[in-house]
Design a protein around this ligand. Structure first.
Ligand SMILES: C[C@@](CO)(OP(=O)(O)O)[C@H](O)COP(=O)(O)OP(=O)(O)OC[C@H]1O[C@@H](n2ccc(N)nc2=O)[C@H](O)[C@@H]1O
Ligand SMILES: Nc1ncnc2c1ncn2[C@@H]1O[C@H](COP(=O)(O)OP(=O)(O)O)[C@@H](O)[C@H]1O
Length: 300
């Protein structure tokens, strides 16, 4: 029986703008997503019995049908009627409910992997539509690289920044997690101001022109006020990152993980040591700038 090893990267939102609420209740966003060299590892092993089994090491995640990776496999089986089953092993390194997109990345990896192992030949657009049924972030993870993302997450426009990022990232998450839904609800009920999408467009243009200096100025997240309302202690994380030499500190996704951008390795090491003493999850990472692989990578 075949097996496939997959890397499911974490993401950060370099800019996250909320443009308004849609008739379906979701929010229209404009965002720049960047993939990291840090993520989960998955192994998919085909089984003869028609079952989907899950084995997880590392951070605790929901078992069974609540798990997005399992849901991705069940969705494919239901739509494409495969007889066999699959065992999904996840080495869960991305913290859960962190704004780093871990569950969505696992689900996308399972969609990509089973499309290959079960020889389904699903074209990338159709796979992305299936992904959107599982979660707003899933379509992004079916692509490989930086992307401008719009709609509720289903509009994914990959782009290739020029040159290499001069920054190292420090990801810092307090013990508590935040549910995306609660953060959007708070955003609405507090009437936090909305954006017009120009920041995301500007950042995409700057990175495509190799202007990495624009990143610390443009990095921002409209959900930050709502996340801080729900978890006031995270405001201190931002301040500490700045005091420790980050050239920018911003929230990723619906939080509560903060991203510190560092130019120098020494400052980053000092910040990492200082924060590790206080907080449970502190991790260095790099944004992965690589050529956009395009549709064909999904059909391999
Ligand atoms: C905000 C973002 C930005 O990357 O990040 P995360 O913090 O979750 O990573 C995402 O758009 C999140 O995507 P995802 O985590 O897949 O969300 P979903 O499961 O689809 O939605 C969870 C809930 O969040 C709200 N939601 C989500 C996305 C969106 N564009 N508008 C919304 O209002 C809805 O209430 C929905 O029921
Ligand atoms: N494989 C999985 N990995 C992480 N979270 C999962 C997974 N499957 C289901 N979930 C659930 O999805 C929700 C969002 O988790 P996650 O994707 O880690 O956060 P975020 O959307 O903030 O990036 C959590 O409630 C978590 O319990």
């Amino acid at each position: 029986m075949g097996a496939l090893h997959l890397f499911a990267p974490a993401k950060v939102n370099l800019v996250l703008e909320v443009l308004g609420q849609r008739p379906d209740g979701y929010h229209e966003i404009a965002s720049v997503f960047a993939p990291l060299d840090f993520g989960d590892f998955l192994t998919l092993t085909l089984l003869e019995e028609p079952v989907v089994r899950l084995h997880v090491r590392g951070h605790a995640v929901p078992a069974g049908k609540e798990n997005l990776a399992v849901r991705a496999a069940l969705l494919l089986r239901e739509r494409f009627g495969r007889r066999g089953g699959v065992r999904i092993d996840i080495e869960k390194r991305i913290p859960v409910g962190a704004g780093l997109g871990g569950g969505s990345s696992d689900a996308a990896a399972v969609l990509r992997g089973l499309n290959i192992l079960w020889e389904l030949g699903i074209p990338s657009e159709e796979l992305a539509a299936l992904g959107a049924e599982l979660g707003s972030d899933v379509p992004y993870f079916l692509w490989d690289g930086f992307a401008w993302v719009g709609g509720r997450g289903e509009r994914v426009e990959p782009f290739l920044p020029q040159g290499e990022s001069p920054y190292r990232l420090l990801l810092v998450k307090p013990r508590a997690s935040l549910a995306t839904k609660d953060v959007f609800l708070r955003f609405r009920s507090r009437g936090f101001s909305r954006s017009d999408g120009s920041r995301s467009r500007k950042l995409r243009e700057a990175l495509c022109a190799g202007d990495w200096e624009a990143l610390p100025e443009l990095a921002a997240n409209d959900l930050e006020g709502a996340a801080v309302d729900l978890l006031p202690e995270i405001a201190a994380v931002r301040e500490t990152l700045k005091e420790l030499g980050a050239c920018a500190a911003f929230l990723t996704g619906s939080g509560p993980t903060y991203v510190g951008l560092f130019r120098g390795g020494e400052e980053l090491s000092r910040a990492r040591e200082a924060l590790t003493r206080e907080l449970p999850f502190v991790r260095e990472a790099t944004m992965v700038v690589r050529p956009f692989a395009g549709n064909t990578s999904l059909r391999k």
